[in-house]
Structure formats: structure tokens, C-alpha cells
Design a protein around this ligand. Structure first.
Ligand code: CA
Length: 470
């Protein structure tokens, strides 16, 4: 101190500058999760797609890690997102199915005592935004701004029309029949707003860019959750994107391709903004789909069996990548199984924020694994349960036990996913020990879970009843 007092001012400034340069640009890395809706495993360039160029999405994989065996925790939108956002198997808190869109059910959403990524990161100074689809409850207690987010621009429902000028309902209270909520006006923070724009996907991309720029300007560490509803039904695209695929004759596939291409443009905008703001080296960007490609949107799960809603690989294994140029070597291909639950564990480790001991995370910090510091597999077991249909699956190493008897006559089936990724050769009768071991593990895990905590989206009788009663 005495020394500094005697030094000329310019020298003090010089010393402080040298010290400042030896520190990270910011204390905490930023997190961006870009999630698409019902996009197939085979519908990105980095997984071999040939008819839909996705150069910007591919950059995330090629400049970082491509996960060949990246999973979500449920093969349908809502529960998958509840798992992603909490880092815990969502059945631990009864989020077993898509929640009702009715705003009259406070129990329909992530329970308030379960902390999501935004709620946790808020404690260490992050600014958090969700742009796009929420789907985590429509009751006011579950509004994103009441669940850790500082900014919301999007919609509460599980799907939406893509043409903003057609939105003509001011609120959910004006919905009279199922799926009319696709036409509700967008929400900006807490206000319904009119949006004069051609295409929802572009609007969401622009809003994401604006948020990054604002955080950069204010020097705030941030979490940006970009939840595109594309390429979920309805298949809708503008001429600008359809014109890119005039060579695709199938109407559905052409529209689907246009929708994915619009997302890819948006991902390009987001990555470009990070570069312009000097944030590339301090920002993790995850990309994944919330479940496998659906049977009704012309998606393509490649060689994987089945689709959205199924516990075969086509429902659960998704396009999955992460980019962090300062830390993760470009061109990394990671083949051990990982799961969307790992994102929460990764960011909370990096941000050095504590997790409540009574609600431990099911995910793990992926950084030691993708940087090859830990050569073990991140998970001994990954589990899935379909409570409504009494379906189950568990993966351990190369093997998977699955029971999809409501869809398939197999009963319990064991597959070697490394030799048989399409799940064609059932080994359960010749590998009885493995069948038994995996079932035992799954049974022990299942005992920790809760049953459904709220009315499901699929049960529309309540909606009609309530609408009539108004
Ligand atoms: Ca979905």
C-alpha cells in the first residue's frame, strides 16, 4: 500500500491493467441453450442430413462437441423441458406428462420448491431470458418472470402458429376450444403485444440477438434460453424459406425443411452476435431438440427406431452439441451417453452455485468428460419412465432394456446399441442376466418417483367444461 502511494499515477494504472488482463474477462461464463421442437436426430448436417443444409447449427458441433448419444429425459415436449430446466428426472416431482394449458391449475408446472437453471443462476448475478416456448405452466405462479427469468418474449403454450399477424386472441381467457391458444398474442415480459412481422421464428431470433447485445453492453453474465417451437406442427413457413427447397417435392418435407432452415439462420445470427460482442470465448452454446422427430411433421430420425412419444431411440436420442471455444477443442466427437439433465449440472459447476442437498441433481458436469480429463462414462445408468403407459427404458454402457409393450409386442427387450442402433435384435432371451440387472436398477430408481401431479394437456374435457361454464 505504501509503495503504491509513492508510485506515479500512470505506473499504478499500468500495474492494475496487467493484473486485470491476467483475470478472466468475466467471472462467470454465459450460457445459451438453443432448443428446437420435434426435430429429428437425422435432421442436422452434423448427423448426416443431406436435404436440409444446417451450416450454422453444424458450427456448434464442429467448433465444439458433437454428442452421438445425446438423450433427453422424456420423448415429449413438456416433461423433457422440465428435466432440462431442473437437471433432475422430472418424474421425481410428478411432471410425467404435458401439463394442461389452463391457467386455473397452480399445480400444473414445476413445483415451486424445485429450482430451475434461471432461479439458481439468479443467485450469482446472472440475467436470464426465455425467448419462445415456455410450456412449464400457465398459472401466474409459473410465469417465467416468477420462475427466475428477468425477460420473457414468447408464449406459454406448447405450440403456436408461426404467422404473428394472425394472432387475434388477447389472452388464454378468450380460448374457447383446444388449440385456439396457438393464436394468442405473444407475451413481452408480462404484457400481450402485437407483432408486425412475417414469421415467428425470425422474431424469436431477433429477440435473442437483442438480449445478448443488451447483456454485453451492461457487462452482465447471462443465461439465454432460446426455445424455438419450430419445427413442431403446424407446418408453416414463409416464401423466403420455402424457395430454398423448391427441389423437394413432398409438401410436408419441404415445409419442414423451410422451418429448420429458418432456425438455422437464427442460430447463425446468435453466433454472429457473440462474435461481434467479443463473447465467443466466454459463452457455452448448447443445441438440442426436446425429443425425437414426430410422426406428423415430416422429420427424419435417420436409422433410429420410432419417433416422438416412444422410448425407443427415435423418441429419446436427439441432435445434441455444445460449443465453448476457449475450453472445448473443436471437432470433438463424444460417444458415451449423456443427457439433457447434464446441462444444469455443467453450468452450476462453472458458475460455482450451490445446489440444495435435499434435491440433488441427476445430471453431471460434462466439462471434465468432453475435455478428456475424465475418461470414464459420465453415467452408469440413464433411466426413463412413461407413467401413463407404464413404459420403461434404461441404458447402461452399450446396452438398453426397454419395455414399450403398449406400442410393441416385444415386452422386455434388450438391445446392444453399439452393434444394433436401430433396435432390431432383441437379446432379452439370450442375455437373461442383463435383462434382470437392468430391470432391478430401474425398479429401484422408479421407487423414488411420483405419480402425475396435474391434469394433462391431452385431456381437453376440462377445457370445454370450463369454457361452457363461463
Ligand atoms: Ca417437442
Amino acid at each position: 500500500m505504501r509503495l503504491i502511494n509513492l508510485l506515479p499515477l500512470f505506473l499504478i494504472t499500468s500495474i492494475l491493467s496487467v493484473e486485470a488482463f491476467s483475470l478472466p474477462i468475466r467471472e462467470k461464463p454465459n450460457l445459451i441453450i438453443i432448443i428446437t421442437d420435434d426435430q429429428g436426430y437425422g435432421d442436422v448436417g452434423f448427423n448426416g442430413c443431406t436435404d436440409i443444409p444446417t451450416p450454422n447449427i453444424d458450427r456448434i458441433a464442429y467448433e465444439g462437441v458433437k454428442f452421438t448419444d445425446g438423450y433427453v429425459s422424456y420423448p415429449v415436449c413438456g416433461p423433457s423441458r422440465a428435466g432440462l430446466l431442473t437437471g433432475r428426472y422430472q418424474d421425481r416431482f410428478g411432471f410425467t406428462t404435458n401439463p394442461t394449458i389452463s391457467p386455473n391449475h397452480p399445480e400444473a408446472g414445476i413445483p415451486l420448491e424445485e429450482e430451475n437453471i434461471a432461479e439458481v443462476l439468479t443467485k450469482v448475478g446472472y440475467k436470464n431470458a426465455i425467448i419462445g416456448k415456455w410450456h412449464m405452466g400457465s398459472h401466474p405462479v409459473h410465469h417465467p418472470l416468477n420462475r427466475g427469468f428477468h425477460h420473457f418474449f414468447g408464449f406459454l403454450s406448447g405450440g403456436h402458429s408461426y404467422f404473428p399477424r394472425q394472432y387475434n386472441l388477447n389472452d388464454l381467457s378468450e380460448v374457447k376450444k383446444p388449440f385456439d391458444w396457438y393464436r394468442t398474442k405473444l407475451i413481452h415480459d408480462r404484457e400481450r403485444v402485437d407483432v408486425d412481422a412475417d414469421y415467428l421464428t425470425d422474431v424469436l431470433s431477433d429477440a435473442s440477438v437483442d438480449f445478448i447485445k443488451k447483456c454485453s453492453k451492461n457487462n452482465d453474465p447471462f443465461f439465454l434460453y432460446v426455445a424455438y417451437n419450430a419445427p413442431h406442427n403446424p407446418l408453416q413457413a414463409t416464401q423466403k424459406y420455402l424457395d430454398r427447397f423448391s427441389h423437394i417435392e413432398n409438401w410436408g418435407r419441404r415445409n419442414y425443411a423451410a422451418m429448420v432452415s429458418a432456425v438455422d439462420d437464427g442460430v447463425g445470427q446468435i453466433l454472429q452476435t457473440l462474435t461481434e460482442c467479443g463473447l465467443d470465448d466466454n459463452t457455452l452454446v448448447f443445441f438440442l431438440s426436446d425429443n425425437g422427430g414426430a410422426s406428423n411433421n415430416s422429420s427424419d430420425n435417420g436409422i433410429l427406431r420410432d419417433h416422438k412419444g416412444s422410448l425407443f431411440e427415435g423418441g429419446l436420442r436427439v441432435p445434441f452439441a455444445v460449443r465453448w471455444p476457449s475450453t472445448i477443442p473443436a471437432g470433438t466427437v463424444y460417444t458415451h451417453p449423456i443427457i439433457s439433465l447434464d446441462i444444469m449440472a455443467t453450468i452450476t459447476a462453472l458458475a460455482e452455485v450451490e445446489i440444495a442437498s435435499e434435491r440433488p441433481l441427476d445430471g453431471v458436469n460434462l466439462l471434465p468428460f468432453v475435455t478428456n480429463k475424465n475418461k470414464e462414462a459420465p453415467h452408469d445408468y440413464l433411466f426413463w419412465r412413461d407413467f401413463i403407459r407404464n413404459g420403461m427404458a434404461v441404458r447402461s454402457g452399450d446396452f438398453k432394456l426397454v419395455d414399450e409393450r403398449k406400442r410393441d409386442k416385444l415386452g422386455y427387450a434388450v438391445f446392444n446399441l453399439v452393434e444394433d442402433v436401430s433396435e432390431k435384435v432383441n437379446l432379452s432371451k439370450i442375455d437373461l442376466d442383463r435383462n434382470e440387472e437392468l430391470l432391478e436398477k430401474h425398479t429401484a430408481w422408479k421407487a423414488q418417483l411420483k405419480s402425475t401431479a396435474f391434469p394433462t394437456l391431452g385431456n381437453h374435457k376440462w377445457w370445454i367444461k370450463e369454457a361452457v361454464e363461463e
